[in-house]
Design a protein around this ligand. Structure first.
Ligand code: S3P
Length: 178
């Protein structure tokens, strides 16, 4: 792996970016950041409250500010919010700092994973499953900016981690061999 490269996890809500990122950071002895957590720190509000009080546009601008800050980090794992790809500048900034890994899952799996939690403002309106399908369709193409994509639908946590480690190992050996 390039010296000090970051690993950036992108993908739809409920695909496991934060949990996977934390675990990877632990295994690889890297720092861990989560864009939503950084936004909550800066604004002093939960994501739900920020959406409720100031709306999505304000959330997106806080998100882009956080990306600018995190793009200065090295040797870090960065788990991003599912909508990070909506702004191409976010992606271009992050891409320069390391590898973009996208976690995906089928809508029915995402639904199962998110339905118990009530902390995602975009999934609160209308029918949750239909919203997932609609947003996935809207964003499908945008997530293709990733260097590596993993469909996590039928995978357990360890399998996802191992897939990523294998991808990084291959990158490593390619670079070592020129
Ligand atoms: C969003 C995803 C959320 C959070 C916000 C908006 C999105 O993060 O940033 O609710 O637009 O997909 P997770 O992907 O971590 O759930």
């Amino acid at each position: 792996m390039k010296n000090n490269s970051n690993i950036i996890l992108i993908g739809f809500m409920g695909t496991g970016k934060t949990a996977v990122g934390k675990r990877l950071a632990n295994i690889l002895n890297m720092d861990f950041y989560d864009t939503d957590q950084e936004i909550e720190k800066v604004t002093g509000m939960s994501i739900a409250r920020l959406f409720q009080k100031h709306g999505e546009i304000r959330f997106r601008s806080e998100e882009s500010l956080v990306i600018k800050k995190l793009a200065k980090k090295k040797n870090s794992i960065i788990a991003t919010g599912g909508g990070i790809v909506l702004n191409s500048q976010n992606i271009e900034l992050l891409r320069k700092t390391g590898y973009l890994i996208c976690l995906t899952a089928k809508p029915e799996i995402i639904y199962e994973r998110v339905k118990r939690r009530n902390n995602r403002p975009l999934l609160k309106k209308g029918d949750t499953y239909e919203t997932i399908v609609k947003l996935l369709k809207e964003r499908e193409e945008l997530y293709q900016c990733a260097d590596f994509t993993i469909d996590t639908s039928d995978m357990d946590f360890e399998e996802i981690i191992n897939k990523i480690l294998k991808f990084l190992g291959e990158k490593n050996s390619k670079e070592a061999n020129g």
